[in-house]
Design a protein around this ligand. Structure first.
Ligand SMILES: NC(=O)C1=CN([C@@H]2O[C@H](COP(=O)(O)OP(=O)(O)OC[C@H]3O[C@@H](n4cnc5c(N)ncnc54)[C@H](O)[C@@H]3O)[C@@H](O)[C@H]2O)C=CC1
Ligand SMILES: O=C(CO)COP(=O)(O)O
Length: 348
C-alpha cells in the first residue's frame, strides 16, 4: 500500500518517517526541486528536520504526479494558506478511492474555511467523503525520534477514520478516532493563537501563572467559537483541544511559542516572520479567527488582543492590561447560562 506525503517541511518529513516505520511504501513531495534534491543527497532534511535519517526507501520528489502515482493514502502536510493551490493541483492525480488526510493546522484567510473544507471544494466529488483530519499534540521533532505521542483522527465515515488509525498507529504513535471533524480541526488551528500569546507573555518576563491562565482561558474561548461552528464541546477536552494547547504553549519546538517570545521581547511581526523558513501558522490563524469570531458574534478576548498586537501594532503590555482589566466575570459563565436548571452548578 503506497502513501504519498505532500509537503516536505518538518511535519511531512516526520510523517513519511513514521509511515515507513509502519511498513508502508512512501513518497514525499517537496515543492522546491532543490529541497527534494538535498533530502535525496543527504538522506536528511537539514532545512526542516535536521538530525533525522531519511530511509532510502522513501521516494523524495518535487513532481506531484510521481509522488501521487499509485497512492492509496495522501497526507497533506503543507502550510494552510497554500493548501488550496496544492490540493487543486494534486486532485488531478488522486484516485477516487484514495483516503486523503489533512495534517495541517490552520484556517484559510478570506474564506475562513477549515482545511478539510478547502480540500472538499477543490477535490473531485468522488474523493470528498474520504477526507480525514489528523491533529493533536505532536511536534515533528519528537515523533521523528520515536517518542511516545498520542493524536486523534476525525472523518465523516468511521471506516475512513479507522483506516487512518491503522495506517499511523504503532508502539510510539497512538491514534484515537473522533467523529467531530469541526472540533478536531478547530482545536488544532486555534491553539496556535494561544501559543503565540503564551510566548509573548514569556518574552515580557511573565511566569507560569500567566501561562496557566492563558492555557485555561484560551481553551474556553476556543471551545466557545468551535461550538458555535458546530463542534462538540468535549472534543476540546481532548488531544486536539487542551492536549495541543498544552504542548504548544510549553514546548521549545513550537514555532508559534518561539515567535511569541521574540514579539514579547520587542521584535516586530515582520522581523519574526523574516527570521525563519518555517511556517508560523498562528499569525495567519489569528486573523482568520478574529474574523470568524466577529462573524459568529463570539467573545474571544485573547484572540482579539492577539489580533491587536499582530495586526494593529498594539503594545503587548497594553494588550495584557486590556485582558486583566476586563469586567469581572463568573468563571463558568456559559455553562451556568446554558444549564440554569442544574442546581449543582448554581451554588448561590
Ligand atoms: N512541525 C510540526 O511539528 C507540526 C506541524 N503541523 C502542521 O503541518 C503544516 C506544515 O507545517 P510544517 O511541516 O511544520 O512546516 P515547516 O515550517 O517545517 O516547513 C514549511 C514547508 O512549507 C513549504 N512552503 C513554504 N511556503 C510555501 C508555499 N507558499 N507553498 C507551498 N509550500 C510552501 C516549505 O518549503 C516547507 O516545506 C502546518 O499547518 C503545521 O501547523 C502539524 C503538526 C505538527
Ligand atoms: O502543532 C504542533 C504541535 O502539535 C506544532 O506547533 P508549532 O507550529 O507551533 O511548532
Amino acid at each position: 500500500m503506497k502513501s504519498a506525503v505532500i509537503g516536505a517541511g518538518s511535519w511531512g518529513t516526520a510523517i513519511a518517517h513514521l509511515l515507513t516505520d509502519n511498513g508502508a511504501r512512501v513518497s514525499l513531495w517537496a515543492r522546491r526541486p532543490q529541497l527534494a534534491e538535498e533530502i535525496r543527497r543527504w538522506r536528511e532534511n537539514r532545512s526542516y528536520l535536521p538530525g533525522v535519517g531519511i530511509s532510502d526507501k522513501i521516494l523524495v520528489t518535487s513532481d506531484l504526479e510521481e509522488a501521487l502515482y499509485d497512492a492509496e493514502f495522501v497526507v497533506m502536510a503543507v502550510p494552510s494558506q497554500s493548501m488550496r493551490s496544492i490540493i487543486r493541483e494534486a486532485g488531478k492525480y488522486i484516485k477516487s478511492h484514495c483516503v486523503i488526510v489533512n495534517a495541517a493546522k490552520g484556517i484559510e484567510i478570506g474564506t475562513l474555511l477549515r482545511m478539510s473544507q478547502v480540500m472538499k471544494e477543490e477535490l473531485p466529488s468522488e474523493c470528498r467523503t474520504n477526507i480525514a483530519v489528523l491533529s493533536g499534540p505532536s511536534h515533528a521533532e519528537e515523533v521523528a525520534r520515536r517518542l511516545p505521542t498520542a493524536v486523534v483522527v476525525a472523518a465523516e465515515k468511521k471506516e475512513v477514520a479507522e483506516e487512518v488509525q491503522d495506517l499511523f498507529m504503532n508502539s510510539y504513535f497512538r491514534v484515537y478516532t473522533n467523529p467531530d471533524i469541526i472540533g478536531v480541526e478547530m482545536g488544532g488551528a486555534l491553539k496556535n493563537i494561544i501559543a503565540i500569546c503564551a510566548g509573548i507573555a514569556e518574552g515580557l518576563g511573565f511566569g507560569d501563572n500567566t501561562r496557566a491562565a492563558l492555557i485555561t482561558r484560551g481553551i474556553i474561548e476556543i471551545t466557545r467559537l468551535g461550538v458555535k461552528m458546530g463542534a462538540h464541546p468535549s472534543t476540546f477536552s481532548g488531544l486536539s483541544g487542551i492536549g495541543d494547547v498544552i504542548v504548544t504553549c510549553n514546548s521549545l519546538f513550537s514555532r508559534n511559542r518561539r515567535a511569541g517570545i521574540e514579539i514579547g521581547r520587542g521584535k516586530s511581526v515582520g522581523e519574526v516572520m523574516a527570521s525563519t523558513n518555517m511556517v508560523i501558522e498562528g499569525i495567519h490563524t489569528t486573523k482568520a479567527a478574529y474574523d470568524l469570531a466577529r462573524r459568529h458574534g463570539v467573545e474571544m478576548p485573547i484572540t482579539e488582543q492577539a489580533f491587536g498586537v499582530l495586526y494593529e501594532g498594539k503594545n503587548p503590555l497594553d494588550a495584557v492590561d486590556a485582558l486583566m482589566m476586563r469586567k469581572g466575570k463568573h468563571e463558568m459563565e456559559e455553562v451556568v447560562e446554558k444549564e440554569e436548571k442544574r442546581q449543582d452548578l448554581k451554588t448561590w
